[in-house]
Design a protein around this ligand. Structure first.
Ligand code: FBP
Length: 345
């Protein structure tokens, strides 16, 4: 453990001198306070009346559970009292304007991966903060480089907050007795090259050529052309995968694929890929679609999806290289692709 500094003291130091520093610190504080409440609710589950019941469908066709709506309400209430001009939440179709004159806009996934809760697997809150532009709503359509801070909370065996602020990534643990987050790692750096990948392999037949080529080469390992034998992990919970990458490296892929509705992948640009990409880059890793740096992308619609490949620099570079070596016209081909370009050759 680092020096046990409280999140609040860290925010006061790390945000000092940043444009809108005190406002950024207050917004992060508000999210962290709501996440402490949410951690209690998640831990209590059925004891607090949370049964995972289906409550409806959001504007994008995703099922909403009781806990998704409760998480959304908690985050909104907390942010309404902070310096927030507008909030875009996964749970509603359009951004909501809070205070036109406030300096910041927040995109948030209040509870990512709620389907995992039935199995008591980690879930999370993901957030992205950017300075308000002249026109409040168009702030959300600026590239990811506009973000000034981002983070996520993992509700797992421990509640962990990962925060990217002022070009650095820190992790905090929730001290349940004190009800505050304490610093556990400062200046987190992702291992540059860890032979481990995470992907939902059941979609192999739907992947486009470059992704299939990359994963097949990982699986072949040293029996093929590889320098290493790869390990595999798939939790099916973005925050848990991202935390694992920060702790031990590796690469996570949620690519586009040929299934209906997955032409642009599954994950959302504004409140999943952008914040994760900022965290990865500030921790010395990378994030790409395979062809473009995630942080350079600007959303066209509030809930736009995007392919996301993130993690150790070496893994992300290898996936990008294989995309360059295989023309898009070969996407979806069933032909063996290694002959065109080998990753490790
Ligand atoms: P939601 O945004 O619909 O909550 O889902 C996101 C997510 O659960 C991610 O956390 C995870 O990476 C992914 O979906 C898993 O998808 P799949 O079930 O296709 O493997």
């Amino acid at each position: 453990m680092d020096d046990g500094m409280t999140l609040r003291s860290h925010l006061d130091q790390a945000a000092a001198g940043l444009p809108n520093g005190p406002a950024v610190a207050d917004v992060i504080s508000a999210i962290s306070a709501a996440s402490i409440e949410l951690a209690d609710l998640i831990a209590d589950g059925p004891l607090a009346g949370i049964t995972g019941r289906f409550e409806g469908i959001n504007s994008d066709g995703d099922q909403q559970k009781d806990i998704d709506l409760a998480a959304d309400g908690m985050m909104r209430r907390a942010l309404r009292n902070a310096a927030v001009a507008a909030i875009l939440s996964e749970e509603s179709e359009l951004p909501e304007v809070f205070d036109n004159g406030a300096p910041l806009c927040v995109a948030i996934d209040p509870l990512d991966g709620s389907a995992n809760l039935e199995n008591n697997i980690s879930v999370g809150t993901i957030f992205s903060i950017r300075p308000r532009g002249n026109d409040v709503l168009s702030t959300f359509f600026e590239p990811g480089t506009a973000q000034c801070a981002a983070g996520f909370v993992v509700y797992g065996p421990q509640t962990i907050l990962v925060l990217a602020l002022n070009n650095s990534v820190e992790t905090f643990i929730l001290d349940r007795r004190r009800r505050e987050f304490l610093l556990i790692a400062r200046g987190v750096k992702i291992a540059p090259s860890t032979p481990e990948f995470a992907i939902n392999a059941s979609n192999h037949r739907h992947w486009h050529g470059p992704v299939r080529a990359y994963i097949d080469e990982c699986l072949a390992g040293t029996k093929g052309n590889g320098e290493a034998d790869f390990n595999m992990r798939w939790i099916g919970s973005l925050v848990a995968e991202a935390l694992r990458i920060l702790v031990r490296g590796g690469v996570f892929l949620y690519p586009a694929d040929a299934r209906p509705g997955y032409r642009e992948g599954r994950l959302r640009l504004l409140y999943e890929a952008h914040p994760m990409a900022l965290i990865m880059e500030w921790a010395g890793g990378d994030a790409t679609t395979g062809r473009r740096r995630i942080l350079e992308l600007a959303a066209r619609t509030p809930h736009q999806r995007v392919p996301l490949i993130m993690g150790s620099k070496r893994g992300v570079r290898d996936v990008a290289a294989i995309h360059e070596g295989i023309e898009p016209m070969f996407d979806n081909s069933d032909a063996p692709l290694f002959a065109r370009r080998g990753l490790f050759r």
